[in-house]
Write a new protein. Sequence first.
Length: 269
Amino acid sequence: MKSTTLALTLTFFVTAASAGKRGLAWPWYNSPLDPGVLNNGQGQVVAIYDWETYSPPSTNGAGGLGFIGMQRCMDCDSSPVAQLASRQQSQGWATVFSLNEPDVNGISASDAANWYKTYINPLAIKKALPAVTSSTSSGQGLSWLASMISACGGGCYADYINLHWYGNSFSDFQSHVVNAHNQFPQYSIVISEFALQNPSGGQSAQVAFFKQAFTWLDAQSYVTLYFPFVATSPALLQANDAAGASYVGTGSTLYNNDGSPSAVGNLMY
């Protein structure tokens, strides 16, 4: 990408981010879909990430949105950590997300802290600490995050904490986000996955939840970005992530099977 194009892209992202907070959580199997469908150019939807450090697979690149690279694992074939810095430089991300749910994947807080200092600290861009679950079990969720920050000893440079949440009600979601803010007030918050956990009301229940959540999140100055789960279609989710479809249901998908915005997708702008 030419430097002038890159500068324009980053300028767009920074400008748009000041007007909106919504983003697309874009799975690896989304090559048939167009993220631009959910970008009306008015700034409500401003970002996209794909749990990887490669560009979003789609029919239309990043759809005019600011791409956020994510080093979801300490090292993996799809996103080799040795290529993290070079991919960031060549693609021009303004923000990086780090480990995906290490609190429930056997990664200790001290190992994560050392890894973060080695690979994330050197990137001269906005940084998010590892994305943690909403588990309240000992040593998981916010407890794990507190342990990692302690293990960092003030040496992990970060702008955001990164939350995942799945549960049963808006009030529970709101309480979790407020609790995270109260526990870590020195950081802004990004929420890179959230939805009701397979509600009996299906899509209608998810729509009601997201209506409340979007309005509330937009009003919280400490929340910078949020990404409802998930920017795909029911058919693609079921075919490629059966566990996710079972856990969350397909009612929270942002696309219909024909690639048009779903009832949830229509809430994005």
